[in-house]
Design a protein around this ligand. Structure first.
Ligand code: G3P
Ligand code: CA
Length: 350
């Protein structure tokens, strides 16, 4: 039986030992972070397809614009790390240095390419040293547009009979507004075009910046999620008052996961008050990002010898579900099915 020291049963098999006390977490959504990005190059249709096959409820594209105004799925507008652009002589002269949100970045930028030009590139694994199996799929996929991601979600919803949503993130919206390539209006128009401009549509729009989310609220009825990291937060998530202020313009909160289950002494500590306080403010809670490799796990959950080896990610998932989250982002949606995790009330023993 696999229990954390705080009394979480990590798997369905473990829960079978104490069915009376164990309760599955109902209704939590699995958000495939950049697709099944632990197993395929991120932000490709192959990564999204695999995520859906593994049971994901939502697929996450980060969105940046092209020179001609199309929204494409990339984590950042610099594409040297996730495509073959650096090996393409016809684009060598596009290499540039830009200041993006205060950081100097050198490489190739989506805003310097038309969609037709970007479509000639091929995606590659960002972390080949940690994900060599995924890197075997390098060169096979193009950069998808948001429309292609929505089309895939709709087609797979029809095919599987499940509702597959998209969870788009506006990346660097202030920077792109400064280039006259605003994201908010383009995304709102895309949602309208696809019949997704409603409170019940299978879509959440996320952002790390407050003002773009507020602007988006004036453009679309789609649900909004405020992202917050452990460092340098632009909002206050540590007080009930701060969370109430966020609830004025967002439906949900996307915290970095240790804000929900802190890392203490290299392992998992007791949950913070964040979920309880966020729920009291009327906010859903969808933490990010649960990854299986040792490199992304607290030291006491690591297994094997290499940073690429998978550790005890199930304990992280169990702890988050048992803390009451409404969903979570993961690079491994196949490991995160909430129906496979059970919670044992603290104080009870198996
Ligand atoms: O959007 C949730 C999470 O993805 C935020 O981090 O940097 O992976 O977009 P990032
Ligand atoms: Ca994201």
């Amino acid at each position: 039986m696999k229990l954390t020291r705080r009394g979480f049963a990590a798997t369905a098999a473990a829960a079978a030992a104490f069915p009376a006390a164990a309760q599955p977490k109902p209704g939590a959504i699995v958000i495939a972070h950049r697709g099944a990005s632990g197993e395929r190059p991120e932000h490709t249709l192959a990564a999204y397809r695999l995520a859906i096959a593994e049971g994901a409820d939502f697929i996450e594209p980060d969105l940046v614009p092209t020179k001609d105004g199309h929204l494409v799925a990339r984590h950042e507008n610099e594409i040297g790390g996730t495509t073959d652009v650096a090996a393409r002589p016809e684009f060598a002269a596009r290499k540039a240095t830009r200041t993006i949100d205060g950081q100097s970045v050198t490489g190739w930028f989506t805003e310097d390419f038309t969609l037709a030009e970007l479509k000639t590139l091929r995606a590659r694994e960002r972390l080949p040293h940690l994900r060599p199996e995924s890197a075997k799929f390098d060169g096979q996929e193009t950069i998808p547009t948001y429309q292609e991601v929505v089309d895939l979600a709709k087609a797979e919803s029809r095919r599987t009979g499940r509702t597959i949503g998209t969870y788009p993130e506006m990346k660097h919206p202030t920077y792109f507004r400064g280039l006259n390539l605003p994201l908010e209006e383009r995304l709102a128009a895309a949602l309208r075009k696809n019949g997704l401009d409603s409170r019940t549509a299978p879509v959440f729009v996320q952002c790390f910046e407050v003002e773009p989310l507020k602007r988006f609220m004036t453009l679309s009825k789609a649900r909004r999620v405020m992202l917050v990291g452990q460092e340098a937060a632009s909002v206050d998530v540590r007080t009930p008052e701060g969370l109430k202020a966020i609830a004025a313009f967002a439906d949900g909160l996307g915290p970095e996961w240790p804000l929900v289950v802190p890392i203490v002494d290299g392992g998992l500590g007791a949950p913070s008050a964040l979920v309880k306080d966020a729920h009291a403010a009327g906010l859903q809670v969808h933490p990010w990002t649960v990854r299986a490799e040792n490199a992304f796990l607290p030291p006491r959950l690591r297994q094997g010898t290499a940073m690429a080896d998978h550790g005890d990610v199930q304990s992280v998932l169990a702890a988050l579900y048992c803390a009451g989250v409404d969903g979570l982002f993961t690079d491994f949606p196949g490991l995160a099915r909430p129906q496979e995790y059970y919670c044992v009330p603290i104080g009870e023993t198996a």
